[in-house]
Design a protein around this ligand. Structure first.
Ligand code: GAP
Length: 510
């Protein structure tokens, strides 16, 4: 299926089954804003729980925080967001469409990358098992020429951005012959910087004095509380603070469903380390985070690292975990070695010391920070888009199934009395009472059992429990597995253990 068709399918399915709705839809929606429906909120909560368990529960030296969205405006001066949290934008004079200049250049590079990938695929087919990808890439003339072109573009772009030379960015776009995808013309305006923070006013104070911002990242709430947590929790370095919360960015172009929104949620963790230890911990967190993703079983080949060329103003190293979304490989999570930039800047702007006394080194210093930053909504899209499948079944029929990792599935078990009579609904409700103590369960007695199975497949329910006439005498139920569609008889007294074996989050950590 074409990638765009797959994204459309995901969006349609998400709406039809109550995962994600367009925001304020009865007023024709609001661009790039979405609401999570009855199943979406469950999936989102389960992703949060998985992240929180992995970061906070599994690490004795990581604790949680829930900081406010509004922060003192000097926070953003100190962090650099007021002056430097900009995207370079450019307009096409004919279509009047606005673009991020860096994205236009990235998309141009992606096309060259795709040509390299095509050459690799062709060669792979020709040489079969004897194919050596690394050797091919380092010797094939076409690939070398294309890679050199990519490197040249990246170098020019990096130099232009580091020098804040927007004229050079425009020149690069013109030299590459990039045309507006809508008008097809190369009639561009100058490149300008656009600050992404949303401004609002505090209480009744108007004018500049009352201006505050909606936080563009959750991280700063952690930095300003570094000492509060360290002292009150008697934390020793290295230690981390984790937080899940909303962030807001006035994105120039927000699109691709919940991939890029103006209001979104982040799951961030700042790990405070001794100066000099940051590279070791940066590598540690890269390993930890990729393992966290891969444990979900969405497919090892769906992830790759992308090391940054253009580093953010606060970082000395940075890498993205990219995921193969329906739109291709895109950033899912960032891992950044943020140096001591933020704490030092907050020291300078607040006049307060944000230091740690290290008894081993017998000195006080400003810790360095390694950050992991995952977009919850992007994680949601990664799960949803890779889970949705159309399967051909024996006998020629088809089913739509969402192979959501069982630990994240919104509904864990569906309770289905075979018939709406003969005491089966009553028995089914007894089973429901038992399972709902531990799991989100759904009761469904409408339609033939096959249709009910299909409905549960479509929302990703890992297990269905069917109560039939035998249940009344033998105290056992039929347990159907979503993925294999196999059925087995299980005694009601063993049901909780059987469900636990399938859906427990603990399996992800082993
Ligand atoms: N504190 C560091 C930071 O915010 P970032 O790379 O700008 O780094 C981290 O953002 C993550 O937040 C991204 O990897 C992405 O998953 C998510 N994210 C960023 N902007 C987003 C947007 N407009 N919509 C949805 N998710 C976004």
């Amino acid at each position: 299926m074409a990638q765009e068709d797959q994204l459309k399918k995901v969006i349609g399915h998400a709406k039809e089954y109550g995962f994600v709705f367009p925001s304020s839809e009865i007023y024709d929606g609001l661009s790039a804003a979405y609401d999570y429906g009855q199943l979406g909120v469950e999936l989102k909560n389960n992703i949060k729980a998985y992240w929180w368990a992995a970061m906070v529960r599994m690490h004795e030296n990581i604790v949680g925080l829930d900081a406010s969205i509004f922060m003192h405006p000097t926070t953003w001066k100190a962090s650099g967001h007021t002056d430097a949290f900009n995207d370079p934008l450019i307009d096409n004079k004919d279509s009047k469409k606005r673009y991020r200049a860096d994205v236009l250049i990235e998309e141009y590079i992606a096309k060259i990358d795709a040509k390299i990938a095509k050459d690799v695929k062709k060669a792979q087919k020709r040489f079969g098992d004897a194919f050596d990808k690394a050797e091919f890439l380092s010797t094939n003339g076409n690939c070398l020429r294309r890679q050199a072109e990519i490197d040249g573009i990246n170098d020019r772009f990096k130099a232009a951005m580091e020098a804040d030379d927007l004229v050079a960015v425009k020149a690069l776009i013109e030299d590459l012959g990039i045309a507006c995808p809508v008008s097809g013309s190369r009639n561009w305006t100058d490149v300008r910087q656009f600050n992404l923070m949303f401004k609002t006013e505090l209480g009744a104070v108007s004018g500049d004095a009352g201006v505050i911002y909606l936080r563009p990242e959750t991280a700063q709430g952690i930095f300003v509380n570094f000492l509060n947590v360290q002292k009150s929790g008697r934390m020793k370095l290295p230690f981390g603070i984790a937080q899940i919360g909303k962030a807001f960015r006035n994105e120039i172009i927000a699109r691709q469903f919940i991939f890029r929104m103006r209001e979104f949620e982040q799951m961030e963790m700042q790990f405070f380390v001794a100066p000099g230890d940051q590279t070791k911990w940066y590598e540690y967190w890269k390993d930890q985070r990729i393992a966290w993703h891969k444990a979900l079983g969405l497919g090892e080949e769906k992830y790759r690292f992308h090391d940054h060329i253009k580093l953010a103003h606060y970082a000395d190293a940075a890498s993205d975990i990219e995921f193969d979304f329906p739109m291709g490989f895109k950033e899912l999570e960032g891992i950044h070695s943020r140096t001591d930039f933020d704490l030092k800047a907050h020291e300078e702007h607040s006049g307060r010391k944000l230091r740690f006394y290290d008894p081993e080194r017998e000195e006080s210093y400003v810790p360095y920070v390694v950050e992991t930053s995952l977009g919850l909504d992007r994680m949601f899209l990664a799960v949803l888009s890779s889970a949705l499948r159309e399967e051909q079944l024996e006998g020629g029929s088809e089913r739509t199934v969402m192979c959501i990792p069982p630990a994240l599935a919104p509904v864990k078990v569906a309770i289905l009395p075979l018939l709406k009579k003969d005491g089966l609904p009553e028995k089914a409700r007894e089973v429901l009472q038992l399972l709902k103590l531990n799991y989100n369960v759904q009761y469904d007695e409408k339609d033939a059992i096959g249709r009910r199975y299909r409905r549960q497949d479509a929302i990703g329910t890992p297990l269905c429990v069917t109560i039939d006439h035998d249940t009344l005498t033998d105290g056992a139920v039929t347990l159907r597995d979503r993925d294999t569609m196999e059925q087995q008889r299980v005694a009601i007294e063993d049901l909780t253990a059987a469900v636990e074996a399938k859906v427990s989050m603990a399996t992800l950590f082993s």
